[in-house]
Design a protein around this ligand. Sequence first.
Ligand code: SAH
Length: 220
Amino acid sequence: MMSSDFMYQRRRMVETLVRTYGIKDERVLEAMRNVPRHLFVGEHLRNQAYGDHALPSEAAQTISQPFVVARMTELLEVSKQHTVLEIGTGTGYQTAILARLAGRVFSLERIGSLARQAISRIRELGLQNVKIQIFDGTVGWSDAGPFDRVLVTAGAPSVPEPLLEQLAVGGILVVPEGDLERQKLVRYQKLRGGGQRRQEGEPVRFVPLVGRFGWQGESI
Ligand code: SAH
């Protein structure tokens, strides 16, 4: 099912995640050792797929740096009992990582061409616990919720309210919050009895989350 090409590059990538970035969660590392990242980038970029950087994808979007994928996934503490909502499918790489760790993954992408490519990649990899739809993810996916985990992989001015609403009690939501140029990873945990705990993490740079509860279209 999972490609054995680029195995060596994948191992090196994971070593960098451990040594340079201090990623510790063995399950996250194992997922990243297994998912063939080179299949999520254009053919001309395959040789760079395991480098320590983001890469351009279709439609002027990006596939996140391996470290950012690893850190976000680690912060999310995903396991097989969990139903996860992801906003910003993009290439589907992060979706595939989540699919290996979670019970079910629902992912929303606003750009149809990206979503369609991601769907076919996920299918080729034989990952059967994923549903991808073309939709403004800032409003969430209320029919499929509540979600144990929510991951936003585009930069938001602040956490979209519907996503917090669709988070289960005790659930964790990770979102890059900030302006259009730079953001910080922010982790919310929804508390019993209302309210949430908010913790700030690393600085990151994501493409904008464009939608009703994100950045408004015309200003981007
Ligand atoms: N996680 C992706 C990278 C995401 S780049 C990967 O691993 O490849 C951010 C993505 O969020 C882009 O594809 C962009 O189109 C999408 N996006 C931006 N705003 C969105 C919204 N409101 N709803 C759904 N997707 C959105």
